[in-house]
Design a protein around this ligand. Structure first.
Ligand SMILES: Cc1cc2nc3c(=O)[nH]c(=O)nc-3n(C[C@H](O)[C@H](O)[C@H](O)COP(=O)(O)O)c2cc1C
Length: 217
């Protein structure tokens, strides 16, 4: 769906998810992440970039596993420490994954995706047209109930910094794995919040599209 149509539908409250493609499992258990290998860090930094042309093919389970672990996985099990920092280790950002078969929330402890809604939410994750077709869109959602120790006025900036760190992890993983990605803030937040069934304390911060780069025609 093109940007203008999304904007027009958004204005009348009609930017909605599409029916799911295929059956959505209640839990998608991911294979263990591959935490070794990949490009050396300086080479990944050298190749980091935003790309906006995606092949529609789904990512393999191992690639999806590595991606989610890079974004928000547990890298120090004894401390439940994560691959990305958060203020006072609040871990207030949930990463949702919009797949054609359903909307999932990443559960770092189980390293699994939990079904939130058996609908295809991809096109509601941003005004740009490529978000509909790419195999997945991540959505970074702050749960402000988890950062009660931080003064209200600072919660959003702290949470945005934490989401930004996750997004950069995803950028570097994508650079290493030869995937395309772009972080996005241009979102109809009201439409997406409704489509995701978010609670009052939950705030959409950013979305990020991931997929293989589109093959040349
Ligand atoms: C907070 C933030 C919001 C962004 N929002 C969008 C967006 O909505 N759509 C988009 O295509 N790119 C978005 N970008 C990506 C920037 O356009 C991109 O990073 C910039 O053009 C530099 O390109 P590079 O990432 O390849 O270095 C955003 C980047 C940031 C940091």
């Amino acid at each position: 769906m093109n940007t203008l149509t999304k904007m027009a539908l958004g204005m009348i409250g009609q930017l909605k998810p599409q029916p799911a493609q295929g059956d959505a499992a209640r839990t998608l258990t991911l294979p263990p992440p591959q935490t070794e290998g990949g490009l050396p860090l300086m080479q990944a930094l050298h190749q980091r970039q935003s790309q906006r042309e995606f092949d529609a093919a789904p990512l393999e389970p191992q690639t999806l596993s590595n991606l989610m672990w890079a974004a928000a996985g547990i890298n120090r099990p004894l401390l439940e420490g994560r691959t990305a920092p958060s203020a006072m280790n609040s871990q207030e950002i949930d990463v949702y994954v919009a797949l054609p078969e359903g909307l999932y929330r990443y559960d770092p402890s189980a390293h699994a995706l939990r079904l939130v809604s058996a609908t295809d939410v991809r096109r509601v994750t941003g005004y740009q047209d490529f978000v509909d077709r790419a195999p997945l869109d991540l959505i970074f959602v702050a749960d402000h109930a988890r950062i009660k120790a931080v003064p209200v006025a600072q919660r959003e900036s702290y949470a945005s910094a934490a989401a930004g760190a996750m997004a950069q992890n995803v950028y570097l993983f994508c650079a290493s794995a030869g995937l395309a990605t772009v972080i996005r803030a241009w979102i109809d937040r009201q439409a997406l919040s409704q489509a995701m069934g978010l609670e009052a304390d939950q705030q959409i911060l950013l979305a990020q599209t991931v997929g293989r780069p589109e093959k040349p025609a």
